[in-house]
Ligand binder design. Structure first.
Ligand SMILES: C[S@@+](CC[C@H](N)C(=O)[O-])C[C@H]1O[C@@H](n2cnc3c(N)ncnc32)[C@H](O)[C@@H]1O
Length: 456
Protein backbone atom coordinates (compact mmCIF):
# COMPACT_ATOMS: atom_id res chain seq x y z
CA UNK A 1 0.00 0.00 0.00
CA UNK A 2 1.59 3.23 -1.06
CA UNK A 3 -0.45 6.36 -1.72
CA UNK A 4 -3.38 6.25 0.71
CA UNK A 5 -5.06 9.48 -0.46
CA UNK A 6 -7.51 7.49 -2.58
CA UNK A 7 -8.42 5.43 0.48
CA UNK A 8 -8.76 8.53 2.69
CA UNK A 9 -11.19 9.95 0.12
CA UNK A 10 -13.77 7.22 0.86
CA UNK A 11 -13.30 6.91 4.63
CA UNK A 12 -15.66 8.27 7.25
CA UNK A 13 -15.58 8.08 11.04
CA UNK A 14 -17.45 4.92 12.17
CA UNK A 15 -18.08 6.48 15.59
CA UNK A 16 -19.57 9.94 14.91
CA UNK A 17 -20.51 9.08 11.28
CA UNK A 18 -20.07 12.73 10.35
CA UNK A 19 -16.50 13.48 9.31
CA UNK A 20 -13.64 12.04 7.28
CA UNK A 21 -10.46 10.39 8.56
CA UNK A 22 -6.86 11.47 8.04
CA UNK A 23 -3.81 9.26 8.41
CA UNK A 24 -1.46 10.52 11.10
CA UNK A 25 1.41 8.95 12.96
CA UNK A 26 -0.89 7.43 15.63
CA UNK A 27 -3.30 6.00 13.05
CA UNK A 28 -6.47 7.26 11.35
CA UNK A 29 -7.96 10.26 13.16
CA UNK A 30 -11.47 11.67 12.75
CA UNK A 31 -11.50 15.34 11.72
CA UNK A 32 -14.85 15.81 13.54
CA UNK A 33 -14.89 13.97 16.89
CA UNK A 34 -11.15 13.31 17.07
CA UNK A 35 -11.63 9.55 17.62
CA UNK A 36 -8.53 7.54 16.71
CA UNK A 37 -8.24 4.23 14.91
CA UNK A 38 -5.01 2.21 14.95
CA UNK A 39 -3.30 0.53 12.04
CA UNK A 40 -2.65 -3.09 13.01
CA UNK A 41 -0.14 -4.98 10.92
CA UNK A 42 -0.52 -2.36 8.16
CA UNK A 43 -4.31 -2.72 8.11
CA UNK A 44 -6.55 0.19 9.16
CA UNK A 45 -8.57 -1.07 12.15
CA UNK A 46 -11.74 0.97 11.65
CA UNK A 47 -14.22 -0.38 14.17
CA UNK A 48 -16.36 2.04 16.17
CA UNK A 49 -14.88 0.43 19.33
CA UNK A 50 -11.38 -0.37 18.04
CA UNK A 51 -9.84 -1.36 21.37
CA UNK A 52 -12.79 -3.51 22.36
CA UNK A 53 -12.70 -5.30 19.00
CA UNK A 54 -9.00 -5.87 19.31
CA UNK A 55 -9.48 -7.36 22.78
CA UNK A 56 -12.31 -9.57 21.53
CA UNK A 57 -10.31 -10.98 18.62
CA UNK A 58 -7.33 -11.40 20.94
CA UNK A 59 -9.58 -13.36 23.30
CA UNK A 60 -10.71 -15.53 20.41
CA UNK A 61 -7.09 -16.17 19.42
CA UNK A 62 -6.20 -17.16 22.93
CA UNK A 63 -9.21 -19.46 23.14
CA UNK A 64 -8.24 -21.00 19.80
CA UNK A 65 -4.66 -21.64 20.89
CA UNK A 66 -5.84 -23.15 24.19
CA UNK A 67 -8.29 -25.37 22.28
CA UNK A 68 -5.53 -26.56 19.97
CA UNK A 69 -3.27 -27.29 22.95
CA UNK A 70 -6.05 -29.34 24.55
CA UNK A 71 -6.49 -31.25 21.30
CA UNK A 72 -2.76 -32.00 21.21
CA UNK A 73 -2.89 -33.27 24.81
CA UNK A 74 -5.84 -35.53 23.92
CA UNK A 75 -3.94 -36.90 20.92
CA UNK A 76 -0.85 -37.58 23.05
CA UNK A 77 -2.95 -39.31 25.72
CA UNK A 78 -4.46 -41.60 23.09
CA UNK A 79 -0.99 -42.31 21.71
CA UNK A 80 0.30 -43.19 25.18
CA UNK A 81 -2.59 -45.63 25.63
CA UNK A 82 -1.35 -47.77 22.74
CA UNK A 83 -2.81 -47.75 19.24
CA UNK A 84 -2.16 -49.56 15.94
CA UNK A 85 0.84 -48.64 13.82
CA UNK A 86 -1.26 -46.73 11.29
CA UNK A 87 -3.30 -44.98 13.95
CA UNK A 88 -0.01 -43.94 15.57
CA UNK A 89 1.15 -42.43 12.28
CA UNK A 90 -2.09 -40.50 11.90
CA UNK A 91 -2.24 -39.24 15.49
CA UNK A 92 1.44 -38.24 15.48
CA UNK A 93 0.92 -36.39 12.20
CA UNK A 94 -2.02 -34.51 13.68
CA UNK A 95 -0.35 -33.73 17.01
CA UNK A 96 2.76 -32.31 15.32
CA UNK A 97 0.66 -30.36 12.81
CA UNK A 98 -1.61 -28.86 15.47
CA UNK A 99 1.38 -27.76 17.55
CA UNK A 100 2.89 -26.02 14.54
CA UNK A 101 -0.52 -24.70 13.44
CA UNK A 102 -0.97 -22.85 16.77
CA UNK A 103 2.43 -21.21 16.41
CA UNK A 104 1.71 -20.14 12.84
CA UNK A 105 -1.67 -18.63 13.74
CA UNK A 106 -0.20 -16.75 16.71
CA UNK A 107 2.57 -15.44 14.46
CA UNK A 108 0.16 -14.21 11.75
CA UNK A 109 -2.05 -12.61 14.39
CA UNK A 110 0.78 -11.05 16.39
CA UNK A 111 -0.54 -7.49 15.76
CA UNK A 112 -3.40 -8.38 18.13
CA UNK A 113 -0.78 -8.46 20.88
CA UNK A 114 -1.46 -12.04 21.88
CA UNK A 115 0.88 -11.98 24.89
CA UNK A 116 -1.28 -9.30 26.53
CA UNK A 117 -3.87 -11.75 27.91
CA UNK A 118 -3.71 -14.70 30.21
CA UNK A 119 -7.26 -15.99 30.58
CA UNK A 120 -8.11 -19.64 31.24
CA UNK A 121 -9.86 -21.94 28.79
CA UNK A 122 -12.97 -22.28 30.99
CA UNK A 123 -13.29 -18.51 31.34
CA UNK A 124 -13.17 -18.07 27.57
CA UNK A 125 -15.79 -20.76 27.20
CA UNK A 126 -18.06 -19.12 29.75
CA UNK A 127 -17.68 -15.46 28.78
CA UNK A 128 -18.96 -15.13 25.24
CA UNK A 129 -18.04 -11.82 23.65
CA UNK A 130 -19.95 -9.29 21.61
CA UNK A 131 -18.86 -10.59 18.23
CA UNK A 132 -21.49 -13.01 16.99
CA UNK A 133 -20.63 -16.22 18.86
CA UNK A 134 -20.70 -18.16 15.61
CA UNK A 135 -17.90 -15.97 14.21
CA UNK A 136 -14.65 -17.52 15.39
CA UNK A 137 -11.23 -16.87 13.92
CA UNK A 138 -11.25 -20.12 11.98
CA UNK A 139 -14.89 -20.21 10.81
CA UNK A 140 -13.81 -19.48 7.27
CA UNK A 141 -10.30 -20.89 7.59
CA UNK A 142 -10.88 -23.24 4.67
CA UNK A 143 -11.58 -20.19 2.45
CA UNK A 144 -7.87 -19.35 2.76
CA UNK A 145 -6.98 -22.57 1.01
CA UNK A 146 -9.77 -22.25 -1.56
CA UNK A 147 -8.63 -18.71 -2.34
CA UNK A 148 -4.88 -19.15 -2.44
CA UNK A 149 -3.88 -22.84 -2.58
CA UNK A 150 -6.23 -25.19 -4.44
CA UNK A 151 -5.94 -23.76 -7.92
CA UNK A 152 -8.24 -21.46 -9.83
CA UNK A 153 -11.35 -23.46 -10.79
CA UNK A 154 -13.71 -22.27 -8.03
CA UNK A 155 -12.43 -18.70 -8.04
CA UNK A 156 -12.67 -18.45 -11.83
CA UNK A 157 -16.25 -19.80 -11.80
CA UNK A 158 -17.27 -17.14 -9.26
CA UNK A 159 -15.72 -14.29 -11.23
CA UNK A 160 -17.18 -15.52 -14.53
CA UNK A 161 -20.73 -15.57 -13.16
CA UNK A 162 -20.30 -12.12 -11.63
CA UNK A 163 -18.95 -10.69 -14.86
CA UNK A 164 -21.85 -12.16 -16.80
CA UNK A 165 -24.44 -10.31 -14.67
CA UNK A 166 -22.31 -7.15 -14.53
CA UNK A 167 -21.57 -6.94 -18.28
CA UNK A 168 -23.42 -3.61 -18.58
CA UNK A 169 -21.59 -2.20 -15.55
CA UNK A 170 -18.66 -0.84 -17.51
CA UNK A 171 -16.95 1.41 -15.01
CA UNK A 172 -16.30 -0.29 -11.67
CA UNK A 173 -14.78 2.97 -10.36
CA UNK A 174 -14.32 2.81 -6.59
CA UNK A 175 -15.29 -0.72 -5.55
CA UNK A 176 -16.05 -1.95 -2.05
CA UNK A 177 -16.16 -5.65 -1.20
CA UNK A 178 -18.07 -6.20 2.05
CA UNK A 179 -17.18 -9.42 3.89
CA UNK A 180 -14.25 -9.98 1.52
CA UNK A 181 -12.87 -12.83 3.65
CA UNK A 182 -9.39 -13.83 2.57
CA UNK A 183 -9.72 -11.61 -0.44
CA UNK A 184 -9.43 -13.69 -3.60
CA UNK A 185 -12.58 -12.39 -5.28
CA UNK A 186 -11.64 -8.79 -4.42
CA UNK A 187 -8.15 -9.43 -5.83
CA UNK A 188 -9.50 -11.03 -9.02
CA UNK A 189 -11.95 -8.18 -9.56
CA UNK A 190 -9.23 -5.61 -8.99
CA UNK A 191 -6.94 -7.34 -11.48
CA UNK A 192 -9.54 -8.14 -14.13
CA UNK A 193 -12.42 -5.63 -13.91
CA UNK A 194 -10.21 -2.53 -13.75
CA UNK A 195 -11.72 -0.61 -10.83
CA UNK A 196 -9.83 2.56 -9.97
CA UNK A 197 -9.81 1.56 -6.31
CA UNK A 198 -10.77 -1.64 -4.49
CA UNK A 199 -11.41 -1.80 -0.75
CA UNK A 200 -11.58 -5.35 0.61
CA UNK A 201 -13.30 -5.17 4.00
CA UNK A 202 -13.96 -7.86 6.58
CA UNK A 203 -13.92 -8.12 10.37
CA UNK A 204 -11.89 -11.30 10.70
CA UNK A 205 -8.21 -10.40 11.21
CA UNK A 206 -6.85 -13.86 10.37
CA UNK A 207 -8.36 -13.72 6.89
CA UNK A 208 -7.27 -10.12 6.42
CA UNK A 209 -3.64 -10.60 7.50
CA UNK A 210 -3.28 -13.57 5.14
CA UNK A 211 -4.92 -11.57 2.33
CA UNK A 212 -2.47 -8.72 3.00
CA UNK A 213 0.58 -10.99 2.68
CA UNK A 214 -0.41 -13.01 -0.36
CA UNK A 215 -1.73 -10.03 -2.35
CA UNK A 216 1.63 -8.35 -1.80
CA UNK A 217 3.29 -11.34 -3.42
CA UNK A 218 4.41 -13.28 -0.34
CA UNK A 219 4.09 -17.05 -0.01
CA UNK A 220 2.62 -18.34 3.27
CA UNK A 221 2.50 -21.86 4.64
CA UNK A 222 -0.59 -22.94 6.56
CA UNK A 223 -2.11 -26.30 7.44
CA UNK A 224 -5.23 -27.67 5.90
CA UNK A 225 -7.24 -30.22 7.90
CA UNK A 226 -9.69 -31.63 5.31
CA UNK A 227 -13.19 -32.72 6.38
CA UNK A 228 -12.89 -36.14 4.74
CA UNK A 229 -9.20 -36.82 4.05
CA UNK A 230 -8.54 -39.08 1.05
CA UNK A 231 -5.45 -40.73 2.54
CA UNK A 232 -3.73 -40.90 5.90
CA UNK A 233 -1.24 -38.20 4.92
CA UNK A 234 -4.13 -35.90 3.99
CA UNK A 235 -5.28 -35.53 7.60
CA UNK A 236 -2.94 -32.54 7.97
CA UNK A 237 -1.33 -30.91 4.94
CA UNK A 238 1.03 -27.98 5.08
CA UNK A 239 -0.07 -25.94 2.07
CA UNK A 240 1.62 -23.08 0.35
CA UNK A 241 -0.63 -20.04 -0.18
CA UNK A 242 0.15 -17.45 -2.83
CA UNK A 243 -1.44 -15.10 -5.37
CA UNK A 244 -0.84 -15.46 -9.13
CA UNK A 245 1.05 -12.14 -8.97
CA UNK A 246 1.32 -9.16 -6.60
CA UNK A 247 -1.78 -6.99 -6.69
CA UNK A 248 -1.60 -3.74 -8.65
CA UNK A 249 -1.85 -0.41 -6.80
CA UNK A 250 -5.19 0.92 -5.60
CA UNK A 251 -6.03 -2.23 -3.59
CA UNK A 252 -6.70 -1.71 0.13
CA UNK A 253 -7.56 -4.06 2.95
CA UNK A 254 -9.60 -2.65 5.81
CA UNK A 255 -10.82 -4.22 9.07
CA UNK A 256 -14.32 -3.03 9.94
CA UNK A 257 -17.90 -4.08 10.64
CA UNK A 258 -20.21 -4.36 7.63
CA UNK A 259 -23.07 -3.18 9.85
CA UNK A 260 -21.26 0.01 10.83
CA UNK A 261 -18.98 0.77 7.94
CA UNK A 262 -16.26 3.44 8.02
CA UNK A 263 -17.18 4.85 4.61
CA UNK A 264 -18.65 8.14 3.43
CA UNK A 265 -22.18 8.17 1.98
CA UNK A 266 -22.23 7.52 -1.78
CA UNK A 267 -18.46 6.91 -1.80
CA UNK A 268 -18.56 3.90 -4.12
CA UNK A 269 -19.46 3.11 -7.72
CA UNK A 270 -19.68 -0.61 -6.97
CA UNK A 271 -20.48 -2.52 -3.80
CA UNK A 272 -20.00 -6.29 -3.82
CA UNK A 273 -21.48 -8.64 -1.19
CA UNK A 274 -20.06 -12.13 -1.77
CA UNK A 275 -21.61 -14.86 0.44
CA UNK A 276 -22.59 -12.23 3.00
CA UNK A 277 -26.24 -11.17 2.90
CA UNK A 278 -27.63 -14.35 4.48
CA UNK A 279 -25.06 -14.73 7.28
CA UNK A 280 -25.09 -11.29 8.92
CA UNK A 281 -27.24 -10.72 11.98
CA UNK A 282 -29.08 -7.84 10.34
CA UNK A 283 -32.32 -8.22 8.40
CA UNK A 284 -32.00 -7.98 4.64
CA UNK A 285 -34.04 -4.77 4.22
CA UNK A 286 -31.65 -2.86 6.52
CA UNK A 287 -28.61 -4.34 4.82
CA UNK A 288 -29.95 -3.41 1.36
CA UNK A 289 -30.53 0.17 2.59
CA UNK A 290 -26.97 0.21 3.96
CA UNK A 291 -25.57 -0.88 0.58
CA UNK A 292 -27.74 1.73 -1.14
CA UNK A 293 -26.33 4.50 1.10
CA UNK A 294 -22.75 3.53 0.19
CA UNK A 295 -23.41 3.78 -3.56
CA UNK A 296 -23.46 6.89 -5.70
CA UNK A 297 -26.63 7.33 -7.78
CA UNK A 298 -26.34 4.95 -10.73
CA UNK A 299 -23.78 2.77 -8.90
CA UNK A 300 -24.10 -1.00 -8.93
CA UNK A 301 -24.73 -3.53 -6.17
CA UNK A 302 -23.26 -6.87 -7.12
CA UNK A 303 -24.28 -9.79 -4.98
CA UNK A 304 -23.01 -13.34 -5.20
CA UNK A 305 -23.54 -16.54 -3.20
CA UNK A 306 -26.26 -18.68 -1.75
CA UNK A 307 -29.53 -17.43 -0.31
CA UNK A 308 -29.68 -19.47 2.87
CA UNK A 309 -31.27 -17.04 5.31
CA UNK A 310 -31.49 -18.86 8.62
CA UNK A 311 -31.31 -16.12 11.26
CA UNK A 312 -33.92 -13.87 12.83
CA UNK A 313 -37.67 -14.38 12.78
CA UNK A 314 -39.37 -16.79 10.38
CA UNK A 315 -40.51 -13.79 8.33
CA UNK A 316 -36.88 -12.72 7.90
CA UNK A 317 -35.78 -16.07 6.40
CA UNK A 318 -36.43 -14.90 2.89
CA UNK A 319 -37.18 -16.66 -0.36
CA UNK A 320 -35.50 -15.56 -3.59
CA UNK A 321 -38.68 -13.75 -4.67
CA UNK A 322 -38.86 -11.77 -1.41
CA UNK A 323 -35.20 -10.81 -1.77
CA UNK A 324 -35.88 -9.37 -5.24
CA UNK A 325 -38.93 -7.53 -3.98
CA UNK A 326 -36.86 -5.89 -1.21
CA UNK A 327 -34.13 -4.85 -3.67
CA UNK A 328 -36.84 -2.99 -5.62
CA UNK A 329 -38.18 -1.35 -2.45
CA UNK A 330 -34.76 -0.11 -1.35
CA UNK A 331 -34.02 2.07 -4.37
CA UNK A 332 -32.58 -0.38 -6.90
CA UNK A 333 -33.66 -1.02 -10.49
CA UNK A 334 -34.62 -4.52 -11.53
CA UNK A 335 -31.33 -6.46 -11.41
CA UNK A 336 -29.60 -8.60 -13.99
CA UNK A 337 -29.64 -12.09 -12.49
CA UNK A 338 -27.58 -15.22 -13.03
CA UNK A 339 -27.95 -18.62 -11.39
CA UNK A 340 -25.50 -21.47 -11.69
CA UNK A 341 -24.38 -24.63 -9.95
CA UNK A 342 -20.73 -24.38 -9.07
CA UNK A 343 -18.33 -26.50 -7.01
CA UNK A 344 -17.79 -25.13 -3.54
CA UNK A 345 -14.96 -25.87 -1.12
CA UNK A 346 -13.73 -28.84 -3.15
CA UNK A 347 -10.37 -29.56 -1.59
CA UNK A 348 -8.19 -31.83 -3.72
CA UNK A 349 -7.31 -33.70 -0.50
CA UNK A 350 -10.89 -34.28 0.66
CA UNK A 351 -13.67 -36.68 -0.30
CA UNK A 352 -16.11 -34.01 0.77
CA UNK A 353 -17.18 -31.16 -1.51
CA UNK A 354 -20.32 -29.14 -2.06
CA UNK A 355 -22.17 -28.20 -5.19
CA UNK A 356 -23.91 -24.86 -4.63
CA UNK A 357 -26.63 -23.37 -6.75
CA UNK A 358 -25.49 -19.77 -6.43
CA UNK A 359 -27.23 -16.55 -7.38
CA UNK A 360 -25.52 -13.44 -8.68
CA UNK A 361 -27.20 -10.12 -9.38
CA UNK A 362 -26.18 -6.68 -10.48
CA UNK A 363 -28.67 -4.00 -9.38
CA UNK A 364 -28.28 -0.35 -10.31
CA UNK A 365 -29.12 2.32 -7.69
CA UNK A 366 -32.03 4.42 -8.93
CA UNK A 367 -32.92 6.38 -5.81
CA UNK A 368 -31.97 6.70 -2.14
CA UNK A 369 -33.47 4.18 0.28
CA UNK A 370 -34.92 5.10 3.67
CA UNK A 371 -31.90 5.18 6.01
CA UNK A 372 -30.86 1.91 7.69
CA UNK A 373 -31.01 1.93 11.49
CA UNK A 374 -27.66 2.81 13.08
CA UNK A 375 -25.94 -0.25 14.47
CA UNK A 376 -25.21 0.56 18.09
CA UNK A 377 -21.77 0.82 19.60
CA UNK A 378 -21.29 -0.85 22.97
CA UNK A 379 -23.11 0.98 25.78
CA UNK A 380 -21.11 2.97 28.32
CA UNK A 381 -21.74 0.48 31.13
CA UNK A 382 -19.76 -2.06 29.09
CA UNK A 383 -17.06 0.22 27.70
CA UNK A 384 -16.28 2.33 30.77
CA UNK A 385 -16.48 -0.37 33.42
CA UNK A 386 -17.49 1.95 36.30
CA UNK A 387 -21.25 2.19 35.56
CA UNK A 388 -23.92 -0.05 37.13
CA UNK A 389 -24.76 -3.02 34.92
CA UNK A 390 -28.51 -2.75 34.19
CA UNK A 391 -30.70 -5.60 35.32
CA UNK A 392 -32.14 -6.29 31.88
CA UNK A 393 -35.03 -8.74 31.52
CA UNK A 394 -32.88 -11.04 29.36
CA UNK A 395 -30.15 -11.01 32.04
CA UNK A 396 -32.69 -12.15 34.66
CA UNK A 397 -33.68 -15.13 32.51
CA UNK A 398 -30.03 -15.94 31.77
CA UNK A 399 -29.15 -15.69 35.47
CA UNK A 400 -31.75 -18.31 36.45
CA UNK A 401 -30.66 -20.63 33.63
CA UNK A 402 -27.00 -20.21 34.57
CA UNK A 403 -27.71 -20.91 38.26
CA UNK A 404 -29.51 -24.12 37.34
CA UNK A 405 -26.68 -25.16 35.03
CA UNK A 406 -24.08 -24.46 37.70
CA UNK A 407 -26.17 -26.35 40.27
CA UNK A 408 -26.46 -29.43 38.04
CA UNK A 409 -22.77 -29.35 37.17
CA UNK A 410 -21.88 -29.10 40.87
CA UNK A 411 -23.97 -32.21 41.54
CA UNK A 412 -21.70 -34.30 39.34
CA UNK A 413 -19.44 -36.04 41.85
CA UNK A 414 -18.79 -39.38 40.17
CA UNK A 415 -21.42 -41.13 42.31
CA UNK A 416 -24.82 -39.51 41.72
CA UNK A 417 -27.08 -40.82 38.94
CA UNK A 418 -29.34 -38.72 36.70
CA UNK A 419 -32.25 -39.80 38.90
CA UNK A 420 -30.44 -38.65 42.07
CA UNK A 421 -29.74 -35.28 40.49
CA UNK A 422 -33.31 -34.90 39.21
CA UNK A 423 -34.61 -35.59 42.73
CA UNK A 424 -32.41 -32.85 44.16
CA UNK A 425 -33.63 -30.33 41.57
CA UNK A 426 -37.22 -31.16 42.52
CA UNK A 427 -36.37 -30.78 46.24
CA UNK A 428 -34.94 -27.34 45.46
CA UNK A 429 -38.21 -26.53 43.59
CA UNK A 430 -36.25 -25.70 40.48
CA UNK A 431 -38.31 -27.96 38.23
CA UNK A 432 -41.38 -30.21 38.36
CA UNK A 433 -41.01 -33.91 39.20
CA UNK A 434 -42.29 -34.87 35.78
CA UNK A 435 -39.81 -32.75 33.83
CA UNK A 436 -36.74 -33.19 36.01
CA UNK A 437 -35.21 -36.45 34.76
CA UNK A 438 -35.57 -35.73 31.01
CA UNK A 439 -34.25 -32.19 31.57
CA UNK A 440 -31.12 -33.37 33.39
CA UNK A 441 -30.54 -36.01 30.71
CA UNK A 442 -30.87 -33.45 27.89
CA UNK A 443 -28.59 -31.04 29.69
CA UNK A 444 -25.89 -33.68 30.24
CA UNK A 445 -26.09 -34.82 26.62
CA UNK A 446 -25.51 -31.26 25.50
CA UNK A 447 -22.66 -30.70 27.94
CA UNK A 448 -21.04 -33.93 26.78
CA UNK A 449 -21.39 -32.97 23.11
CA UNK A 450 -20.15 -29.42 23.70
CA UNK A 451 -17.08 -30.61 25.55
CA UNK A 452 -16.24 -33.02 22.71
CA UNK A 453 -16.33 -30.38 20.01
CA UNK A 454 -12.69 -29.74 19.35
CA UNK A 455 -13.34 -26.29 17.83
CA UNK A 456 -9.83 -26.08 16.37
C1 LIG B 1 -19.33 -16.87 4.05
S1 LIG B 1 -17.88 -15.88 4.30
C2 LIG B 1 -17.56 -15.31 2.68
C3 LIG B 1 -16.16 -14.82 2.52
C4 LIG B 1 -15.82 -14.33 1.11
N1 LIG B 1 -16.70 -13.27 0.68
C5 LIG B 1 -15.87 -15.49 0.14
O1 LIG B 1 -16.68 -15.44 -0.78
O2 LIG B 1 -15.10 -16.43 0.32
C6 LIG B 1 -18.56 -14.47 5.11
C7 LIG B 1 -17.51 -13.40 5.42
O3 LIG B 1 -18.17 -12.29 5.99
C8 LIG B 1 -17.43 -11.85 7.11
N2 LIG B 1 -18.37 -11.15 7.98
C9 LIG B 1 -19.46 -11.66 8.60
N3 LIG B 1 -20.11 -10.69 9.29
C10 LIG B 1 -19.40 -9.55 9.11
C11 LIG B 1 -19.52 -8.22 9.57
N4 LIG B 1 -20.54 -7.86 10.38
N5 LIG B 1 -18.62 -7.33 9.19
C12 LIG B 1 -17.57 -7.67 8.39
N6 LIG B 1 -17.38 -8.91 7.91
C13 LIG B 1 -18.29 -9.84 8.27
C14 LIG B 1 -16.80 -13.10 7.70
O4 LIG B 1 -15.66 -12.82 8.47
C15 LIG B 1 -16.49 -13.87 6.43
O5 LIG B 1 -15.21 -13.58 5.94
Amino acid sequence: MTDQADLAAVLHCPRCMRAGLALQRAGWICGGCNAGYPVLGDIPWLFADPQSMRAQWRGRLQFLVLSIEREVRTLRTELAGGVSVLARQRLELLAAAYEDHALRLAQILSPLDFAATNTGYETHLALRTRLPTDQGLTNYYVNLHRDWAWGDAENDAALALIRSVAERHVDWGATLVLGAGSGRLAYDMHMQCAPRLTVAMDFNPLLLFVARDVTRGAELELYEFPIAPRRLADHAILRSLSAPQPVRSGFYIVAADALRTPFAPEAFDTVVTPWLIDIVSEDFTSLAARVNALLRPGGAWINFGSLAFSQGTRAQRLSFEETLEIIGRTGFAQPAIGEQSIPYMASPASRHARLESVVAWCARKESAAPPAPAEGTLPDWIVLGDRPVPLLEEFKVQAVATRIHAYVMALIDGRRSIRDMARMLVEQRLISAEDAEPAVRRFLIRMREDSRKSGV
